[in-house]
Design a protein around this ligand. Structure first.
Ligand code: OFO
Length: 155
């Protein structure tokens, strides 16, 4: 849960970077990503309560605030999603080892979601690499990413 809240923070930091670059459309892409992460965290929050557990919120680490280039932001976003996938897989390994069917079933949604998360981060990075992170292509991507909206994923 903390990882998901941290993801929200990471993407807000990336949104802030692009606002400062006057690329509000790309900033919007990261705002929507942050909203998705909030949704992911809250899904775990409610699952813990439904299972009769105690939700104990922890400190959220400071997100990355040092970005050298537009492309680097997207590289970091993809690397971040790959780390999240690993942590979900580790949790799933633990659930399987403990024969915890409820957690196993719950985590399957995250396993599938991570396939999508890595795919969309990878495609966004690919687009930035095609245009070299600058020029007129950047304005085109800014317009495209301005259209992204948050649609709560099917539970
Ligand atoms: Fe929660 O999927 Fe991204 O981090």
């Amino acid at each position: 849960m903390n990882n998901e809240f941290f993801s929200e923070y990471e993407y807000l930091s990336m949104a802030a970077y692009f606002h400062a670059e006057n690329l509000d459309g790309i900033a919007n892409y990261f705002h929507v990503q942050a909203q998705e992460e909030h949704f992911h965290a809250m899904k775990i929050f409610h699952f813990i309560l439904d299972k009769g557990g105690k939700v104990e919120l922890q400190q959220i680490a400071k997100p990355d605030v040092m970005f050298k280039s537009n492309i680097e932001v997207f590289e970091k976003a993809l690397a971040h999603e790959q780390r999240v996938t690993k942590s979900i897989n580790d949790l799933m390994d633990e659930a399987i080892k403990n024969n915890d069917h409820a957690v196993n079933s719950f985590l399957k949604w995250y396993v599938d979601e991570q396939v999508e998360e890595e795919s969309s981060a990878s495609k966004a990075l690919g687009k930035m690499q095609i245009i070299g992170g600058k020029g007129e292509g950047l304005l085109f991507i800014d317009q495209e990413f301005a259209q992204r909206t948050f649609v709560p994923p099917a539970a």
